[in-house]
Design a protein around this ligand. Structure first.
Ligand SMILES: Cc1cc2nc3c(=O)[nH]c(=O)nc-3n(C[C@H](O)[C@H](O)[C@H](O)COP(=O)(O)O)c2cc1C
Length: 509
């Protein structure tokens, strides 16, 4: 996997940019040259590295990737204000440069669909201007292979008149990441590459090398991180749906799905459950994007309760609220809870840092009427913006920990951290560490009208818990049924099947 950054500078400032880095020889030095690349001029551009850091970058003219009219409007900025080409322009540049392996990675990493390509890319025949661009590039490519005269020009250069790019797109979205193994000679792959303009090149050149490396790793991680989908036209889609049922009608209790079920009879009414084929998946396979594991797990391990955690920073200055559905109560004696924190580009989540530094939190339940406010607290707000203010939820006092509990929650649990496990063996460059935190309850708070006299039960009709499902779906409980827990001594005498299985009985016969 190629780790190098590609720093595009305005084409007319290319030599100036090289001169800037040459002047900064205390901080940057030439990196090892690479072998000529097929269909690319990469090996012809200066490759530099920050001294003492194993991370190289190329400086290249923007014309290598983009057409002359590429400007600020075609860029967006990361949270660190690093400019990137907008996705559609970057994808188009890969089409233009016939960089099919990179396009495969982009399609996979950003989960681009067939329709996205048709809507955002020009996949028609190359016009005269593009044909000239290719001819010119091919000339330069062939000239750069001076020392490798035996290279086959057909393999080494771009197709002079690219055709059928719609078909190619269809194949790429259909086959996902497998294409690069099929193209002979392609060794470079790459994440979403970086575009910097000359001003930024100046600024970064004066930063500490380590922060450049960290920022590089983070932006590369950010480019691949695809957990939160941008949803187009959600309000329009939602407008077509029926209204939420606010009636608060009592949740009905029905019979169980199969009240006549008998021991040993398995799943009787649904042959597919028994006969359907299953696909085996290696979650760590090299061609499996992390986001596929995320989507598979959150849609497959569902419903999940949402633990809504209130924490404060070690200096007490910053209060935090955030929802977590990698969350469960794992015992009642002592009352213990677990919360899983996912890795993300950059720093760890504030809730995790607060838990690690202060050892305290309040876990609040999430009822139907709270969900919009709770969901809003997951926003990636700038540091220091309070999620209490974002959500409009209210603080209520606690007695054994410093963070407040959420007044609107039917049930809240004050808790202290008893253990933390960081998944160091899975640490990745640019990503925060993934971890889990074990929390022991120190106090419970239950809404008066939602509990019974000895405070041993919470009324489901009052709690109205929300479950998190796959994608952006949440679920509500719309009916329940009861199913008594079986005990061998009660059940065995009534069941021939259990009697046959009972080792004590079969031995004595
Ligand atoms: C319903 C819901 C459940 C979530 N579950 C988790 C989770 O289990 N683990 C996690 O790391 N992030 C989870 N998130 C994302 C965090 O809430 C989000 O990253 C948040 O910004 C973290 O806030 P913090 O940095 O203030 O701690 C969830 C978000 C939502 C909306």
């Amino acid at each position: 996997m190629e780790k190098d950054w590609h720093i595009c500078v305005p084409t007319d400032k290319f030599s100036e940019a090289i001169a800037v880095f040459a002047r900064l020889h205390d901080e940057y030095e030439p990196a090892d040259k690479i072998l000529p690349q097929l269909r690319s001029l990469l090996h012809t551009y200066p490759r530099l590295k920050s001294k003492g850091i194993d991370m190289a970058f190329y400086i290249m003219p923007a014309s290598e990737h983009f057409t002359e009219d590429f400007d600020e409007t075609m860029m967006e900025r990361s949270r660190n204000h690093i400019p990137y080409p907008k996705l559609e322009y970057f994808a188009q540049s890969l089409v233009r440069n016939q960089s099919w392996p990179e396009l495969c990675h982009l399609v996979d990493g950003m989960d681009l669909t067939e329709d996205w390509g048709y809507e955002n890319l020009y996949l028609g025949e190359a016009d005269g201007k593009e044909i000239d661009f290719i001819a010119n590039k091919n000339k330069k490519i062939m000239a750069s292979y001076g020392d490798f005269p035996n290279l086959n020009p057909v393999l080494a250069t771009l197709s002079p008149k690219p055709k059928d790019r719609r078909k190619k797109w269809l194949r790429i979205v259909g086959e996902k990441e497998r294409m690069d193994h099929k193209i002979l000679g392609y060794v470079k792959t790459g994440p979403y590459e970086l575009v910097l303009n000359l001003t930024i090149v100046h600024n970064t050149a004066h930063q500490k090398s380590s922060s450049i490396a960290a920022a590089g790793a983070k932006s590369s991680a950010e480019a691949k991180y695809k957990i939160i989908d941008r949803v187009a036209n959600f309000k329009e889609t939602e407008a077509q749906r029926p209204d939420f049922d606010y009636s608060n009608a009592p949740i009905p209790v029905t019979k169980s799905p199969n009240p006549d079920w008998e021991y040993g009879s398995g799943v009787r009414q649904d042959a597919t459950a028994r006969d359907a084929a299953h696909r085996e998946i290696d979650p760590y396979a090299a061609d499996r994007p992390m986001v596929s594991n995320y989507r598979l797990l959150v849609s497959g391990i569902a419903p999940r309760p949402v633990g809504f955690l209130s924490t404060v920073s070690a200096d007490g200055q910053s209060k935090n609220l955030a929802p977590f559905s990698y969350f469960q109560v794992i015992d009642h004696d002592p009352p213990m809870f677990v919360v899983g924190f996912s890795a993300r580009p950059g720093r760890v989540k504030d809730t995790y840092r607060n838990l690690a530094e202060t050892g305290e939190c309040v876990i609040n339940t999430v009822s139907e009427n709270m969900i919009e406010a709770v969901n809003a607290t997951s926003i990636d707000a700038p540091y220091g913006v309070s999620e209490w203010d974002i959500s409009g939820l209210h603080e209520a006092p606690t007695s054994t920990v410093r963070p407040s509990r959420v007044r609107e929650s039917v049930f809240s649990v004050e808790g202290k951290v008893v253990d933390i496990k960081e998944f160091n063996d899975h640490a990745r460059e640019g990503m925060s560490i993934a971890s889990l935190v074990l929390i022991k309850a120190t106090r419970f708070w239950v809404r008066e009208d939602a509990t019974n006299a000895d405070v041993s039960h919470i009324d489901l009709n009052k709690l109205r818990p929300i479950a998190q499902l796959g994608g952006m779906a949440y679920g509500r409980i719309s009916s329940t049924f009861d199913l008594p827990r079986p005990r061998w001594n009660d059940e065995q005498p009534k069941s021939e099947h259990l009697t046959k299985l009972d080792p004590a009985i079969s031995k004595s016969e």
